[in-house]
Ligand binder design. Structure first.
Ligand code: HEC
Ligand code: HEC
Ligand code: HEC
Length: 436
């Protein structure tokens, strides 16, 4: 051990006192180390690292999860401390470089499916804490999978050009005109929690459109992440900061219930955030300088025939839970009137939910995630478009119309089974209160 040498104490202190002092110094150092690890664990949750870096039923942090991108499938990498197949040989500097610049220890560029365009905002102290925690997880021997990308994208050197166009390297800069709480919220949303990775629209090359922050984006596989701005229709303009915090903590509030990728985010990440951090996030979202309401959508008048068809389907299939007035049942069935999932310009989420059903997040604070049955086995693409269009135009809702092709595109990905099997009857309308 370098550092404090026992001899130094011998001049002025007797043996036992010197020893006690030494133990104290060691204990303080160890305490600091373990508090850094605990802080790192919290930050790893805030960054949702475990979800992306663990395959379904795979070993924690060993990688191999398929991350869908518009260009093909990219697999996450083993970030356990295994020395051969993981990052056990990495120095703190290697790790910081990957998080801060998207460049791996061997100098190769990482794909932005790894959210380094957001993680670059994380401070050095926090990145070191994340590394300190990852050093303590069980090392797993697991080789990385080969990505499924078209040939012209499999050369990582191209990412140099991508970074030049779309990547702004740099840690978060405190806005001194704002409160500490506002800055904390901004630091998390813009950085580690990478909310914009899904909620900010992408350009055709997969770079975030920073000119339209949080105006609603694509979370992959046609899941639409609604806007997080001040819009009432497709945003959180009508939500109080407390309602935003409640949604992130539990996956639901009086206005909405999470589904799909957002249920994963709540289950693996935001439910673990402290109340203070959730409040800071909510404050920031409500108070961004550019959180102005988006203009009204381009809507197409829906013919009375289509409206009547959709209404009949709604009465047959949906009223039992979401009620004829679309207001749902508080704490049980989310309202569809005023819902962003229903009214988002991109109809991906509502189509997904109606086709395959949905399950709320099941955080420890509200362990029974309620489920909605899917209708893909029962209704064809035209009928699903009709009922979705009705929901997008009834009760004061407003959104562009959807055609059967949009439904077919989502159905192609999820391929629901023909009819629910007997085992699946728990998610059938007759037994709505299905548990996870
Ligand atoms: C949205 C999914 C996603 C999230 C969230 C995510 N990662 Fe990753 N990560 C990836 C993918 C995909 C790759 C591989 C990219 C590639 O092959 O170019 C990767 C690569 C990495 C690498 C590079 C490893 C190497 O050998 O080069 C590190 C380090 C890493 N992630 C750490 C983290 C940490 C720490 C967090 C949480 C703060 C995190 N990741 C969150 C998807 C994710
Ligand atoms: C992996 C993609 C992804 C990430 C990352 C993500 N979200 Fe979401 N989010 C979604 C999707 C998809 C929905 C729509 C789900 C639904 O309506 O059921 C959603 C819905 C929401 C809603 C509900 C909006 C409404 O009006 O109904 C809020 C609020 C929200 N997200 C906040 C956040 C915040 C804050 C973060 C960062 C801490 C975040 N999300 C990170 C994908 C994501
Ligand atoms: C058996 C009760 C039940 C029936 C029937 C039902 N739903 Fe749902 N629905 C739910 C529950 C529970 C949720 C919350 C699950 C979730 O969002 O993960 C939900 C969620 C939704 C959402 C997402 C809301 C949000 O805030 O993100 C939409 C959209 C939706 N339902 C539309 C419909 C439509 C359209 C029909 C008829 C075709 C229908 N539902 C039939 C129970 C039901």
């Amino acid at each position: 051990m370098n550092g404090i040498h026992p001899r130094r104490f011998e001049f002025s202190l007797s043996g036992p006192i010197a020893l006690t002092l030494l133990f104290c110094v060691a204990a303080v150092a160890q305490g600091a180390a373990s508090s850094e690890v605990a802080r790192g664990e919290y930050l790893v949750r805030a960054g949702d690292c475990a979800f992306c870096h663990t395959d379904n039923n795979g070993k924690a942090f060993a990688g191999g999860r398929a991350i869908p991108t518009p260009f093909g499938v990219i697999y996450s990498i083993n970030i356990t401390p295994d020395r051969e197949t993981g990052i056990g040989e990495w120095t703190e500097q290697d790790f910081y470089k990957a998080m801060h610049t998207g460049i791996s220890s061997d100098g190769s560029h990482l794909y932005p499916a790894f959210p380094y365009p957001w993680f670059t905002k994380v401070t050095r102290v926090d990145v070191d804490a994340i590394k300190a925690y990852l050093d303590t997880v069980t090392p797993v021997v697991q080789k990385d999978k080969t990505n499924q990308l078209p040939w012209y994208l499999s050369w990582r050197g191209e990412l140099f050009g991508w970074n030049a166009l779309f990547f702004d390297e740099g840690e978060y800069k405190v806005d001194t005109a704002r409160s500490a709480e506002w800055n904390r919220g901004a630091y998390l949303v813009e950085g580690l929690a990478h909310c914009g990775a899904c909620h900010t629209p992408d350009n055709s090359l997969g770079g975030a459109k920073h000119s339209e922050p949080y105006e609603g984006g694509d979370a992959g596989l046609h899941w639409a992440a609604p806007g997080l701005g001040g819009n009432l229709r497709d945003g959180v303009g009508g939500w109080s900061p407390e309602e935003i915090a409640e949604y992130l903590k539990t996956g639901a509030n009086a206005k909405s219930a999470s589904a799909g990728p957002m249920s994963d985010v709540v289950t693996n990440s935001t439910q673990y955030l402290s109340d203070a951090d959730l409040k800071a996030i909510a404050l920031y979202l409500k108070d961004r300088p550019n959180a102005a309401a988006k203009s009204a959508p381009e809507t197409h008048a829906l013919g009375t025939d289509a409206l009547a068809r959709g209404q009949a389907l709604y009465i047959d299939n949906c009223t039992g839970c979401h009620m004829p007035d679309g207001r749902g049942v508080v704490d049980v069935f989310p309202p569809l009137a005023g819902s962003a999932a229903i009214q988002a310009d991109n109809p991906g989420t509502v189509i997904h939910v109606v086709l395959e059903g949905a399950r709320m997040a099941a955080p420890s604070s509200k362990p029974t995630g309620l489920a909605m049955p899917g209708f893909g086995w029962k209704l064809d693409d035209r009928e699903i478009a009709d009922v979705v269009n009705y929901s997008r135009h009834a009760w004061g809702n407003l959104a562009p119309s959807v055609d059967a092709d949009a439904v077919a595109a989502v159905r192609k990905i999820i391929q629901p089974t023909d009819r629910p099997s007997r085992d699946a009857t728990t998610t059938h309308p007759d037994a709505p209160l299905a548990h996870r």
